[in-house]
Design a protein around this ligand. Structure first.
Ligand SMILES: [Fe+2]
Ligand SMILES: [Fe+2]
Length: 290
């Protein structure tokens, strides 16, 4: 008798949509949720989370705009996977942002500002320029994401949110080339790609810094010399703010750069197994996949 073929699981796809609920597992967080001396880093992480839901909805809109122009069936599948993953990230970060807002971070306010700013950008810039912004920001998320997956110290520095961010980091690495490939496949130029990365470096880093500063000014825990000194030391020594990471970010402006030039296949394979393999640590939080 011929062996029965088993249908491949949707979880085995290159970019699977994992319907996971992780934010609800975070539980009650102390105000300085990253660690007792890490007021500044807690604000940076909270601000990062705050921009994600509306930021990723923007990513999806900018890619979806070109969906009908994509002819390559593999890229079409990748786009579907990208949209599915970003939708789950947005939902989970919105729930995390509710919890962070409840302990004194202005995450809900930042969500509103992010949405307004990005919708304005869509009105005044071309569709290709917006897609180039998405491709540039996806390089940011993949670069920070691969640091989280590769560096134990980086993961541990995220305290009780380590698995939450590492799951997101894994999926950012899985879909890191999608917006870039859509940009190229639909005629985006190298000039626009690089120009928008420079624009993002100024606006994203500038905007984030401003929001972190405003959050700190409202935070009484930051109002002591010792807290400021300790926070700045933790921040300066953080694996997320190194010259090597900055070099990886800026490599994007090299001629003929492609996201896959930065190898993350081994990391992706390792963390897929750790979180979603046969004995995966996060399987119990999955509702399914598609
Ligand atoms: Fe994401
Ligand atoms: Fe992404």
């Amino acid at each position: 008798m011929a062996p029965t073929a088993t249908a491949p699981s949707p979880l085995d796809r290159k970019i699977p949509t994992r319907r996971i609920s992780l934010a609800q597992t975070v539980g009650e967080l102390p105000h300085t949720f990253i660690g007792p001396d890490e007021v500044l880093l807690s604000h940076v992480i909270a601000t990062f989370s705050a921009v994600i839901p509306d930021g990723e909805e923007y990513f999806v809109r900018t890619v979806r705009h070109f969906r009908d122009q994509i002819t390559d069936p593999e890229l079409k599948r990748d786009v579907a996977g990208f949209i599915g993953q970003e939708a789950v990230h947005g939902r989970e970060h919105r729930e995390l942002n509710d919890a962070l807002d409840a302990i004194g971070y202005p995450t809900k306010k930042i969500e509103q500002l992010t949405d307004k700013g990005l919708r304005f950008r869509e009105r005044v810039m071309s569709a290709h320029a917006n897609l180039a912004c998405t491709a540039a920001l996806e390089h940011f998320t993949a670069t920070f994401g691969s640091t989280i997956l590769r560096d134990t110290e980086a993961r541990e520095s995220l305290g009780p949110l380590a698995d939450f961010w590492a799951w997101h980091a894994l999926e950012e690495c899985e879909h890191k080339a999608v917006a870039f490939d859509v940009f190229r496949a639909t005629g985006g130029t190298e000039k626009t790609r690089k120009r928008m990365m420079n624009f993002i470096c100024a606006t994203f880093i500038g905007g984030m810094s401003m929001q972190v500063l405003l959050g700190l000014l409202r935070d009484r825990e930051f109002y002591s010399r010792a807290a400021i000194r300790k926070s700045i030391k933790v921040f300066r020594d953080s694996p997320f703010f190194t010259k090597a990471l900055w070099r990886d970010l800026r490599d994007y402006n090299r001629d003929d750069f492609h996201p896959n030039d930065h190898q993350t296949d081994d990391l992706v394979a390792e963390w897929r197994e750790t979180y979603f393999g046969e004995h995966g640590r996060l399987n119990e939080f999955l509702a399914g996949a598609s």
